[in-house]
Ligand binder design. Structure first.
Ligand code: SF4
Ligand code: SF4
Length: 205
């Protein structure tokens, strides 16, 4: 079989300087900049509306609108008395492909409800946001509709949500303020606040 030898073309003097490439890049960027400046100015005075100008989202100051079916951070839905709708059936834990849900079920004081989650953790660092847990739940007890996207943290441990944070997605308050009406366990010790930005625990004053 014949072997075809390819010779790499030598760069010219100007190509070795990279000046033409830099000028070419600046030309493209400048063209976009001035086109958008012109179109936005024209739109302000009601002209050239049929020509679309580029729009930059000022995230996170201006969050983007999410589709209603968008899967964002999880939450546990609650009954009117403030207790979780979850009955500890373990279906979500079983179906989860990432094995990132941990549930410990306890006996519910209400004889009409068999069980409740004593502990319910989701490790968002492992979750693949597939939504299977939401699909499989027979009680509509878990949803992914909080609209919370910024789940980044400085440690793996801080990516784990416990039952407090799942029942109240805005919860960053002492556990002593928790509205859970039954015995439960929590990773966060009483009198401390979980700091979602640094992943550390702060003592409240
Ligand atoms: S979204 Fe998927 S991976 Fe994440 S907790 Fe639910 S089932 Fe598990
Ligand atoms: S969240 Fe739903 S599927 Fe998961 S244990 Fe609770 S009731 Fe069962």
């Amino acid at each position: 079989m014949a072997v075809k030898v390819l010779h790499r073309r030598e760069l010219t003097f100007w190509e070795k300087l990279y000046v033409p490439q830099i000028v070419g890049g600046l030309k493209v960027t400048s063209a976009h900049l001035f086109r958008n400046l012109f179109l936005h100015a024209a739109h302000r005075v009601g002209r050239l509306k049929h020509l679309r100008a580029s729009v930059t989202s000022q995230y996170p100051e201006e969050p983007r609108l999410l589709a209603t079916r968008f899967r964002s951070r999880h939450r546990l839905t609650v009954r009117e008395d403030g207790t979780p709708r979850c009955v500890g059936c373990m279906l979500c834990e079983t179906v989860c492909p990432a094995k990132c849900i941990t549930i410990v079920a306890g006996e519910h004081p209400d004889p009409n409800v068999e069980k409740y989650p004593v502990r319910f953790d989701i490790d968002l660092g492992v979750c693949v946001y597939c939504g299977y847990c939401v699909e499989v739940c027979p009680e509509d007890a878990i949803r992914m509709d909080t609209g919370i996207l910024d789940v980044a943290a400085y440690s793996r441990d801080a990516m784990k949500l416990d039952i407090h944070e799942l029942m109240d997605p805005a919860l960053r308050k002492p556990v002593s303020n928790c509205s859970l009406k039954f015995p439960h366990q929590c990773r966060v010790a009483s009198g401390q606040l979980k700091d979602h930005r640094s992943g550390t625990q702060k003592v409240l004053h």
